[in-house]
Design a protein around this ligand. Sequence first.
Ligand code: ADP
Length: 153
Amino acid sequence: MNRIAVFPGSFDPITRGHESILLRALPIFDEIIVALGENSGKKSFFPLNKRIEWLEKAFKKEPRISIQQYSGLTVDFCRKIHAGYILRGLRTSADFEFERTIGLMNKALNPEVETIFLLSSNEYAAISSSIVREIHKNGGDVGQFIPKGIKIQ
Ligand code: ADP
């Protein structure tokens, strides 16, 4: 059976932290779907089409990574596309506490889906989309924090 993982997030914008988690997870799964979710409590800064365009560009050479958009519960999306795993990255203990709650709730909602966590590499642990947005809004160069070849303007 194909091991399909969903990597959900808002990717507002994609960072080298996201890229690193995805590339490290590739040997574990047959296929990874980067799932851009509509988060009801969080309005995105960058438009959806831009966020998708950057993700597609970042992984265009990797046929086992694809990008999809979804709304509703992540576990329902997993069921719909027959994904058995949710992939998440952990940077800090705050991430862990947050992810623990979501992971337990997702397990209760759909016991067939396992959440798999990868620890962020040290070099990327301080990178977050929100900090990248802040630097960008204030005219700073975000090049070193986002995947190579992507231009945010
Ligand atoms: P959300 O909107 O759900 O917080 P994000 O788009 O911010 O999603 O992130 C998606 C996933 O990537 C989450 O599991 C998050 O913890 C992880 N992630 C974000 N930045 C990093 C990083 N620098 N290193 C490792 N994982 C990260």
